[in-house]
Design a protein around this ligand. Structure first.
Ligand code: HEC
Length: 181
């Protein structure tokens, strides 16, 4: 009896220490979740980037024919940019060749471009406002995927200034109001 008491005490004391440790670790885990943005975990950063670029709709604009072919575009032709322009109040812009972008820029520069809307030079309809919110890990994974495809120069038309009608094929993104006289 006199031997079991200290043993019991010891057991409950260590249980309390354990409980405190669990509490402490769950507290730090909570803090970490708040501090860190979520990110995609996959077999490799390239695999995470491949997944992200699909579900975040990067291909819809940056891979020619992606929408029309319902995503059935082989890696050979992915992310080489889109010759169909986006016409709007910003002029006409062309979704850039991201294989050339990742060939020309370092991973850190890529993160900088996407965080700062290309140093406030980036035009619509690139969803800069959303892309700036990716976690660092996700931005870097997307860089790794585009880079893994290798450079593939494909000529794209140049952006045009506001008010200038584009030549060639383009999508008109002008807002119209059917109730306007
Ligand atoms: C709605 C169409 C659209 C979607 C969706 C889109 N982009 Fe873009 N993106 C564009 C257009 C258009 C430009 C060119 C903007 C300009 O000329 O200022 C561009 C520019 C960029 C640039 C800058 C390239 C450079 O150096 O000039 C990067 C990087 C980029 N996009 C990455 C992405 C990524 C990553 C995704 C997916 C998360 C994505 N884009 C989704 C249309 C789109």
């Amino acid at each position: 009896m006199s031997r079991s008491r200290p043993l019991l005490l010891g057991a409950s004391a260590s249980a309390a220490v354990l409980a405190a440790a669990v509490l402490a670790s769950s507290a730090t885990a909570r803090v970490r979740v708040q501090d860190e943005k979520p990110f995609v975990q996959a077999a490799s950063p390239v695999a995470a980037g491949e997944y992200l670029m699909t579900v975040a709709s990067c291909h819809d604009c940056h891979t020619a024919g992606w929408v029309e072919k319902k995503g059935m575009v082989t890696k050979e032709d992915q992310l080489t940019g889109n010759p169909v322009g986006y016409y709007g109040p910003w002029g006409t812009t062309y979704a850039k060749n991201l294989r050339q972008v990742t060939d020309r820029h370092s991973e850190d520069e890529w993160v900088e471009i996407l965080r700062t809307a290309d140093h406030d030079q980036g035009a619509l309809p690139m969803p800069w406002h959303d892309a700036s919110k990716f976690s660092d890990k996700d931005l870097r994974a997307m860089y790794q995927y585009a880079k893994s495809l290798g450079p593939k120069p494909v000529r794209l038309p140049r952006n045009t200034k506001p008010g200038v009608k584009p030549t060639g094929r383009y999508i008109d993104l002008t807002v119209r109001d059917s109730t306007a006289p």
